[in-house]
Design a protein around this ligand. Structure first.
Ligand code: ADP
Ligand code: MG
Length: 248
């Protein structure tokens, strides 16, 4: 499965979301994950390098790809449970190429005017890509929300702006918390720095809502089911396809 975390606006939390979702899938869903970094600033590649230098952390692979990456993503998908693409607006070609093959697209927006002004253009890109990848599920997520109760209206308003377009907006949001910045140091995620913390809870909720699941165990069960069906078909498949050929 290919998951794209993308959008035009720098600083909205794309790399942060991509990295935390990668850790969630690796550690809680016990999946094999590869990250694809499309940003020449190498934010995610540097984070992975720091992470993989720490023997106490689950290793995650990462490659840097730019431009027409559609076929590269499709071939990576053959080898990993999840391919997570971290793609900013500066590589528009990679963004569109990823959308042409992604199952899920997550677009973070801060509840700020400059971020919300990009919604219309993202909606255009998504609509175009849906023509060739109609199964793609695109969602906005509101990030770095202010936690003061008197600012809650900003979050609701940001969601309302998104809802005026045809793209889903997640109920789950993340708040502005120093732990996101602190965890990036040494390749950590919020899951590892504060497993029972609020940031971990909100990242887990974002990942689950994005993938349409209630918890990581559901993903493990889904993979086990697919594996047992494949084994069973492997045991009996040859006979059946010969039978079919004979009938035809
Ligand atoms: N929810 C959050 N609260 C506080 N800081 C955040 C949050 N999400 C991301 N950040 C910080 O904001 C900065 C930009 O985030 P990043 O994920 O690199 O954005 P992008 O990839 O969209 O440019 C980083 O320093 C990151 O740690
Ligand atoms: Mg980034």
């Amino acid at each position: 499965m290919i998951i794209l975390v993308g959008g035009e606006k720098g600083g909205s939390g794309k790399s942060c979301l991509a990295q935390n979702i990668a850790v969630f899938l690796t550690t809680e869903a016990q999946a094999s994950v590869i990250m694809v970094d499309c940003d020449p600033q190498r934010t995610t590649s540097d984070w992975i390098q720091a992470r993989n230098n720490n023997p106490n952390l689950a290793t995650i692979n990462c490659v840097q790809l730019y431009g027409k990456i559609r076929n590269d993503l499709l071939s990576l998908e053959q080898h990993y449970d999840y391919v997570i693409v971290d793609c900013g607006g500066q590589d528009n070609l990679a963004l569109r190429a990823s959308m042409s093959v992604a199952s899920h697209v997550l677009m973070p927006l801060r509840p700020k005017r400059r971020d919300l002004k990009t919604v219309s253009h993202m909606d255009d890109i998504v609509s175009t890509c849906l023509m060739i990848n109609p199964k793609m599920q695109a969602s906005f997520v509101i990030t770095q929300c202010p936690s003061l109760p008197n600012q809650a209206g900003r979050i609701t308003e940001a969601k309302d702006v998104c809802r005026t377009y045809d793209i889903k907006v997640l109920d789950a949001v993340n708040y502005s918390r120093n732990i996101y910045d602190d965890s990036e140091e040494s390749g950590l995620s919020v899951f590892e720095l504060e497993p029972k913390g609020k940031a971990t809870e909100e990242m887990r909720s974002i990942a689950c809502e994005l993938l349409g699941i209630t918890d990581a165990k559901q993903l493990i069960d889904q993979r086990n089911n697919i594996a047992s069906v494949t084994t069973l078909r492997g045991n009996y498949g040859t006979g059946r396809s010969q039978e079919k050929r004979f009938v035809m």
